[in-house]
Design a protein around this ligand. Structure first.
Ligand SMILES: Nc1nc2c(c(=O)[nH]1)N[C@H]1C(S)=C(S)[C@@H](COP(=O)(O)O)O[C@H]1N2
Ligand SMILES: [Mo]
Length: 210
């Protein structure tokens, strides 16, 4: 099993160790006064039930990634399928609780994976795709958002990847891919054990529909 599997208390760690590894969550990078990481574990807020998510699409099997949201063709992709698609590599550096990390990742352009699902942006509006975003969810319900322009080669200087390996070591099929954001200096959006990519547009929120 690769190292990814034990890092974030995700599904694979549970399978492998019967939950014994779950205590390692909630690290913090630095001593900033505001809560940046580990906020969920520190929270004492009453557990009011969260509203049901708009998607019913939770992957059934470990390692599957659901691509859904404002798309014409929602689908599910596995790590094995990603390995067969055209590959790109990226040498990156980012800071984390462990300090500075340097890795070479190999994988598929996030843009390619999303295009297959046929995102629905309002082309009646100038640059309608710039109202779009992608919410990436990983192990432990960890989540980070990318604006569409950050993953669109027509706009972004560097490309976000769905990595299938790190430093030549393939990720476990059951762990799923890892997002790689070469432009980021911090590791926070390197979402591991990725299980969902949700395409959205900001208009309903900005215009007050919900
Ligand atoms: N699923 C998931 N991915 C995650 C996190 C997490 O808690 N869960 N932490 C992020 C943060 S804050 C950092 S700095 C990096 C750390 O990368 P590492 O786990 O390879 O050390 O992973 C990122 N990806
Ligand atoms: Mo981090």
């Amino acid at each position: 099993m690769n190292r990814r599997s034990v890092n974030h208390g995700g599904a694979v760690a549970v399978f492998a160790a019967g939950g014994l590894l779950l205590a390692g969550c909630g690290q913090s990078d630095d001593g900033k006064g505001y809560q940046e990481e580990g906020a969920a574990t520190a929270s004492t807020a009453p557990s009011t039930s969260a509203p049901a998510p708009a998607t019913s699409a939770v992957p059934l099997k470990p390692g599957e990634v659901r691509v859904a949201g404002e798309v014409g063709k929602p689908y599910t992709v596995t790590l094995a399928e990603l390995r067969k698609l055209p590959q790109t590599s990226a040498a990156v550096k980012f800071t984390s609780a462990k300090g500075e990390q340097e890795h070479t990742y190999q994988g598929v352009l996030l843009n390619d994976v999303l295009k297959t699902a046929e995102p629905r942006f309002d082309q009646g509006k100038k640059n309608g795709q710039l109202r779009g975003f992608v919410a990436a969810t990983g192990g432990g319900d960890y989540r980070a958002v990318f604006a569409w322009a950050e993953i669109d080669p027509a706009f972004a200087r560097s490309q976000v990847l769905l990595a299938v390996s790190e430093d030549g070591v393939p990720f476990d099929d059951a762990a799923g891919p890892r997002l790689v954001a070469p432009q980021d200096t911090k590791g926070g959006r390197y979402v591991s054990e990725l299980n969902q990519l949700w395409v959205g547009v900001v208009d309903p929120v900005v215009d007050g529909v919900k």
